[in-house]
Write a protein that binds this ligand. Structure first.
Ligand code: SF4
Length: 340
C-alpha cells in the first residue's frame, strides 16, 4: 500500500447522498430539458440548437448545477449544448483527427513508446461537443474489457511497456469491482510500473470518488495517478475539489488537462483562476491542449499564435508550476508536441 495510514475520510455529505450510478442514469439527455432546468429560452442560445445529432446531449445534474441559471453564454453550458453549427463541413476537420482508428488491436492503442492506452468504455458521463473521439467507432472497435485477455497478453509480451493508461470514453464508468480486477491483473505483469487513469467523471459526478475506489488505487503496487479534464474554474466547486483532494491525501497524485476553447477559457484571467483553483485542492495543471480538428468542433477553435500569447501572460502572473504545458497532438508523431 502506497499510503500506510488509513484512508483519510473527508465528509462530502451532499455528493454522497445519491450514488454515482443514479446520477448517471438520470443525466439530462437533450437540450430542451437542460435549458428548461436553467430557465433559458432556446431562442436565446448563441447557436441554433439541434436535438438530432449522432452525438447526443448528456449532462448530469451535478454538473448542470454549476451553470448559471438564465445565462445562455455560461461557459459550462457552451461546452455541452448541441447545435446546428456542428453539422457544418469545415476544411481540415475530420472524423478521426488523430488517425487513431485501426491502430493496434481492438480496445488498445499503442501510439507512444513504453505506454499503451486501454479504451475501456465507449461512453462518458458527459458529452463534450469538442471531443476528439466524438466519432470514434466504439461499437465496432470494441472495448478493452471485452478483449481483456488479448490486451493483457499484448502488454505481457512487450517488456518495453511500463505504463498502462486507462481511457475511453471514460474508464470510471466501470464499477469499482471490475476496476479492481483489472488493476490486479495489470499489477501481476512485472514490467508494468505505472497506471494512469484519464477521466472527466470525478469533475462531472464527484460522488464517483468512492471509498472503494480510493482504497483500490492506494493499495496497488503500481504507481498510480489520475489525470482529470477541466476547462473552466467554475467546474471546480468545493464538493468536486474536496473529493479530488481525498485522492491526493491518500497518495494518488491528480493532474489536470484542459482544451483551449474559444469563448470558454481563451483568456489569461480564466486560465490563471483555473490553475489557482485546482491547486487550492492540491491538483496540478498538466497540459493545455490546442483543439484537435474533429468534425463539428470548429467553432471552438483558438489559434496557436493566440495560445502562445496566453501562456506568456500566464507565466507573468503565476508560479511556473501552475502554468500548464501548451501541447498539440499531431498524428503519427512519437509524442505530443510541446509548444510552450
Ligand atoms: S469526457 Fe473526454 S472523452 Fe468524454 S466526451 Fe468529454 S472530452 Fe470526450
Amino acid at each position: 500500500m502506497k499510503n500506510s495510514a488509513a484512508i483519510i475520510p473527508v465528509s462530502s455529505p451532499e455528493c454522497q447522498k445519491k450514488s454515482w450510478k443514479h446520477e448517471l442514469k438520470n443525466a439530462f439527455s437533450n437540450n430542451r430539458q437542460l435549458l428548461e432546468y436553467l430557465q433559458i429560452d432556446k431562442r436565446a442560445a448563441p447557436y441554433e440548437i439541434n436535438e438530432s445529432l449522432d452525438f447526443p446531449v448528456r449532462v448530469p445534474l451535478s454538473f448542470a448545477k454549476r451553470m448559471k441559471v438564465g445565462d445562455p453564454l455560461d461557459p459550462l453550458l457552451l461546452q455541452v449544448l448541441a447545435n446546428d453549427i456542428e453539422n457544418q463541413v469545415v476544411a481540415g476537420y475530420g472524423k478521426d483527427p488523430l488517425l487513431e482508428q485501426g491502430l493496434s488491436q481492438p480496445g488498445l492503442l499503442h501510439k507512444y513508446y513504453g505506454r499503451v492506452l486501454f479504451i475501456l468504455s465507449g461512453s462518458c458521463a458527459i458529452n463534450c461537443r469538442y471531443c476528439f473521439r466524438r466519432h470514434f467507432p466504439y461499437q465496432t472497435s470494441a472495448d478493452s474489457y471485452s478483449n481483456l485477455q488479448n490486451n493483457l497478453d499484448y502488454v505481457s509480451s512487450d517488456t518495453s511497456i511500463s505504463e498502462v493508461i486507462l481511457s475511453g470514453g471514460d474508464p470510471l464508468l466501470m464499477g469499482d469491482q471490475q476496476l479492481a480486477l483489472l488493476v490486479n491483473q495489470l499489477s501481476e505483469i512485472p514490467h508494468v510500473k505505472q497506471l494512469r487513469i484519464h477521466t472527466r467523471m470525478p469533475i462531472v459526478i464527484p460522488s464517483r470518488i468512492t471509498e472503494q475506489l480510493i482504497e483500490l488505487l492506494a493499495a496497488t503496487r503500481l504507481i498510480t495517478c489520475l489525470v482529470v479534464h477541466t476547462n473552466h474554474p467554475n467546474e471546480i466547486d468545493d464538493i468536486t475539489g474536496t473529493q479530488l483532494q481525498r485522492l491526493v491525501q491518500n497518495g494518488i497524485p491528480v493532474l489536470n488537462q484542459s482544451v483551449l476553447l474559444k469563448d470558454i477559457n481563451n483568456n489569461s484571467k480564466t486560465l490563471a483562476l483555473l490553475s489557482r483553483r485546482l491547486f487550492s485542492y492540491q491538483i496540478l495543471p498538466y497540459y493545455l491542449h490546442l483543439l484537435d480538428p474533429v468534425q463539428g468542433s470548429a467553432h471552438f477553435y483558438e489559434s496557436e499564435a493566440n495560445a502562445l500569447v496566453l501562456i506568456d501572460s500566464l507565466r507573468k502572473s503565476l508560479p511556473g508550476f501552475l502554468v500548464p504545458r501548451l501541447a498539440v497532438e499531431r498524428p503519427g508523431e512519437k509524442s505530443k508536441t510541446i509548444l510552450a
